[in-house]
Design a protein around this ligand. Structure first.
Ligand SMILES: [Zn+2]
Length: 270
């Protein structure tokens, strides 16, 4: 499932091809994505120029004068840059044409979304409840400390609540807590400011490392079959239940929190 780093990598991958370009056409082969594509979608977007390619959480935003094109990759979506007219595969549901290039949305599970809004995107109902961006400067130890004060929930579940912090998925939550030396069951409100400082640094470091690793595959956004795998790395604890901790060799533990697997080292994380 595309997580924040993959969406940011996609943003960087497509930006050079669409920034400053005008949408000259759109083809919707299957409008039945998670949200049905707007009936007048083509009329809403054709002729608009993309002034900014941004991201909010896991939403990609192609900002134009008068509104924004919002793209969500869902569970299995990918965007790639193609020559218009390249024969579509069975899961290639939407093409956005920019003169001599096109962006193609492939989405086998059809949990993605494409829509036009004339509101400021942050005010759109899909986005207005989203929490703070973990890579923004505003996300610092004091902010995390303040955000956690009222929450009896575990810090792991807190991190994954997109209404508080957006885009720290299951993998990155486990990895960040390991790096910060914090036990995933620690109650959010009991974290000291000092531990919040370590955790903020760990979250930023984990997400940035993932984006950097994906950056080396940016060329795969052009052409190809779009089958590019998402970023895989050597995780500290994620997916390593029963194996030795990379730091202390104690067996990595696996527990379930909020129906999601959490991995941690009981010796390194307190
Ligand atoms: Zn350990």
């Amino acid at each position: 499932m595309p997580e924040l780093p993959e969406v940011e990598i996609t943003r960087r991958g497509i930006e050079p091809f669409v920034l400053g370009k005008t949408i000259t056409g759109v083809t919707v082969r299957n409008p039945n994505l998670r949200r049905r594509v707007q009936r007048n979608f083509a009329r809403l977007i054709v002729g608009r120029r993309v002034d900014r390619v941004s991201r909010r959480g896991k939403y990609l935003l192609l900002e134009c004068a008068g509104g924004s094109l919002i793209v969500h990759l869902g569970m299995s979506g990918s965007l790639r840059v193609i020559e218009p007219g390249m024969p579509p595969g069975v899961h290639d549901h939407v093409d956005f044409v920019f003169g001599g290039t096109a962006l193609r949305l492939r989405d086998p599970r059809r949990f993605g979304a494409v829509l036009w809004t004339d509101q400021p995107p942050e005010a759109h109902r899909l986005m207005r409840h989203l929490g703070i961006e973990p890579l923004s400067r505003r996300f610092d130890a004091r902010r995390l400390h303040a955000l956690t004060r009222k929450h009896r929930t575990s810090i792991k579940q807190f991190l994954m609540d997109g209404r508080r912090i957006v885009g720290v998925g299951n993998i990155y939550a486990s990895e960040s807590l390991f790096l910060a030396g914090i036990h995933p069951r620690t109650r959010a409100r009991r974290l000291s400011l000092q531990r919040c400082e370590r955790l903020v640094a760990a979250i930023k470091q984990t997400l940035r490392a993932a984006i950097r690793a994906g950056g080396s595959t940016l060329r795969d956004f052009v052409g190809g079959d779009g089958a590019r795998g998402y970023y895989q790395t050597r995780y500290w604890v994620y997916g390593r239940g029963g194996k030795g901790c990379r730091r202390c060799a104690a067996p990595v533990r696996r527990i379930v929190q909020g129906q999601r697997a959490t991995y941690y080292c009981a010796r390194c994380q307190r």
